[in-house]
Design a protein around this ligand. Structure first.
Ligand SMILES: Cc1cc2nc3c(=O)[nH]c(=O)nc-3n(C[C@H](O)[C@H](O)[C@H](O)COP(=O)(O)OP(=O)(O)OC[C@H]3O[C@@H](n4cnc5c(N)ncnc54)[C@H](O)[C@@H]3O)c2cc1C
Length: 384
């Protein structure tokens, strides 16, 4: 039975672990946190993320229990005037609003059912990549050395495994920090809506029948300390449209969290080294402006199973399988990351001077172009 170590028990790590067990691998997940769990609030899971969950064995009922079906309602300016209002008849922009903790919990439950060894409080250090066809990969965690046929680097944007293998790319601060919160609130209509203003964006979406997620992505120096996150968010969006002000006002102050946003421009030059394969943010952390971080992490997991796990379990060559994974994943993730950057430049990163011009141009964009663009990203299907 081939063996794998997964460094990091986030969404990419658990999806990879699950996909490898589906191919008959014995898997150990090493997670540095004392308790396996997920911080964060909501996530808009697009069709490609849902297709990945299906390939991981989630049926319609299981997917419905993770998140609520919604659709993209479009983009509005800070006064609430449509820039790109989407109607129900625009295909390709349905999504599931999910709570990250619920998605992570569902993956965790399946990983446990499949007998994966989950070791917490295990900070991975000193990775040795090994050689396909030769020495195994190894890592140290909590004073113990682990060896396996495959090491999955799923340790996030600040990946220690990546840093040891490839000095570039380094995480870069986006210049933006993001407030996020979930509150008991019913959105009317229940759609994903985003508002753009100078150097800021605010989005709202339902994550179940009576809970709503919002994020406020704003320009801010790295490491800014705020005494009261809720008050600061209220002040930052004080002159925005009333739905924006209302949702912040309705949020319990303790429910507001904020994280500085980092990304890996260009992503890794290669998603494999020796016996190591990189997934999720460790390989290609992208700006959140396409809402594709979780979906591509799930896609990576499925592809590790299908493109690496399956052929190797059948006696195939690991080096070839890793090259196939790289060829399938790197161009796609780079393209999405570039789109996220382009979307940021034209959207939330745009300063005050050009808001009117941008809005006028976007109002002229044909809906069919939006649909095609969404399809290119969200129409992805897992390898068979
Ligand atoms: C503001 C914001 C909004 C977002 N919105 C969306 C959205 O709407 N839709 C979407 O799809 N994506 C979204 N994303 C992106 C998404 O959150 C990430 O892309 C995704 O969570 C990446 O998962 P991951 O498992 O690769 O990394 P992570 O979630 O970072 O998990 C890494 C895991 O590895 C562990 N770890 C780290 N180092 C070590 C080590 N040395 N040893 C052992 N364990 C280690 C960590 O504790 C963690 O558990 C958003 C991101 C941000 C910042």
């Amino acid at each position: 039975m081939p063996t794998a170590i997964v460094a990091g028990g986030g969404i990419a790590g658990l999806a990879s672990a699950l996909a490898l067990t589906q191919q008959g691998w014995r898997v150990t997940v090493l997670e540095r946190a004392a308790v396996l769990g997920e911080v964060g609030a909501g996530v808009a899971l697009a069709r490609n993320g849902v297709a990945s969950l299906q390939a991981l064995g989630f049926d319609d009922g299981a997917i419905a229990s993770i998140g609520t079906l919604s659709r993209a309602g479009g983009t509005f300016d800070l006064r609430g005037r449509p820039i790109l209002a989407l109607s129900e008849d625009v295909d390709g922009v349905t999504m599931r609003g999910v709570h990250r903790a619920r998605l992570h919990g569902a993956l965790l439950e399946r990983v446990q059912e499949r007998g994966v060894d989950l070791i917490t409080g295990a900070q991975v250090t000193s990775p040795v990549p090994g050689v396909p066809g030769g020495a195994q990969a190894e890592v140290t965690a909590d004073g113990i050395t682990y060896r396996a046929d495959l090491l999955v680097a799923a340790d996030g944007v600040n990946s220690a495994v990546r840093a040891a293998l490839a000095p570039v790319p380094q995480p870069v601060y986006s210049g933006y920090s993001s407030w996020r919160a979930v509150l008991d609130h019913t959105l009317d209509p229940p759609v994903l809506t985003q508002y753009w203003g100078p150097h800021a964006e605010l989005g709202t979406m339902p994550i179940d029948d009576d809970r709503t997620y919002w994020y406020g992505y704003v320009k801010m120096p790295q490491g800014t300390l705020l005494l009261d996150e809720h008050l600061a968010a209220s002040e930052r969006f004080a002159d925005w449209a009333s739905p924006v002000r209302q949702i912040i006002a309705a949020t319990p102050p303790g429910a507001v969290m904020r994280h500085d946003v980092f990304h890996l421009p260009g992503g890794m030059a290669r998603y494999h080294h020796g016996r190591v394969v990189a997934v999720g943010d460790a390989a290609h952390a992208m700006l959140p402006t396409m809402g594709q971080g979780v979906a591509t992490a799930l896609e990576d997991g499925i592809c590790v199973g299908k493109l690496v796990g399956e052929p190797v379990a059948a006696g195939g060559d690991l080096a070839t399988a890793l090259a196939d994974y790289d060829a399938a994943r790197r161009p796609r993730c780079r393209t999405i990351a570039r789109s996220a950057l382009a979307s940021a430049i034209a959207g939330s990163h745009l300063g005050p001077g050009l808001q009117g011009v941008r809005n006028a141009l976007m109002r002229l964009t044909p809906r069919s172009a939006i649909s095609r663009g969404a399809d290119a990203v969200m129409g992805w299907t897992p390898p068979v």
